[in-house]
Design a protein around this ligand. Sequence first.
Ligand code: DAH
Length: 336
Amino acid sequence: MSDITAARDAALADIARATSPDEVAEMTTRFAGKKGELAGLKKRLGSLDTIDEKKVAGAAINEAMSAVDAALDERRAAVAADAMRQQVENERLDLTEYVGKPARGHAHLVTQAWERLEDVFVGLGFRVAEGPEVETDWHNFEALNMGEGHPARGEFDTLFVDHVPPGGRPGTTVLRTHTSPVQIRTMLTEEPPIYVIAPGRVFRRDTPDATHMPVFHQIEGLVVDRDISMADLAGTIDAFTKAFFGKGWNSRLRPSYFPFTEPSAEFDIQRPDGSWIELGGCGMVHPNVLTAGGLDPEEWSGFAFGFGIDRMAIMRHGVADIREMFSDDLRFAEQF
Ligand code: DAH
């Protein structure tokens, strides 16, 4: 009986110290297996003298084996839970590496100007329209009164896309050189009255320098309604100038030429100190353009304007070289 108790207690003490699934497995063989210590004691039952002694000792061995089995089960579960906890801990991603205050960024200067322009024009009653950056030469030129061979096409330094539309001709897919094709797309899909602006990215085959980038941004404006006159255009430009730049700023129109407007003008803005800055082009939508947009020029009239967004950002922040704005250099960005 004392051998049984000693074997049981030794086994229970060892089991309580097991720390890994492997150890528990090894102890299961050692203590509960057919060749285990308690199983060995069972074989010695035959050497006992009386049936009663055998019964008592046999029952004690069975009890000890049950206790060992229970202890092994319990330990196995505890060790497995520990192992799982350990694995989860090991695989945990430590996301607390950057301590202190995270650096606060800001929207790109062009994005800021773009969004402010949208805010101001939406405040004046305009809606924001969109068009694709990859365009057909029909939308980009033809419909804007610049037929094939029109000299103005040459001024645009167009980038062509190596794509032939189904049933189309090679060399007729372009990266839009201006936001003006959105005028055409809007007229073709919407009924007047139309009061839209179309900010967006445009592309020209230009070598980057301090004032030019091959990818830049424009905002287009288009109004089509009944009895729209040049006075509506001038008034809108002036209302915009004061809303965007401030009360002390003025605007003026200067005669100019664009194929898609007639008459055409360039518009300048005047700083409170009296100096003038050229901002963009504008004019009354040419009858051919209204017709290309599916509208009757006898019934509808309108005005359009367009100017660069990047220049607005540069002017606002006093940036000397436009290339810096697109340099991804944090030392530049952090100044604003
Ligand atoms: N599309 C012209 C350009 O990129 C700018 C422009 C001029 C747009 C006159 C207009 C306009 O809508 O009426 O140079």
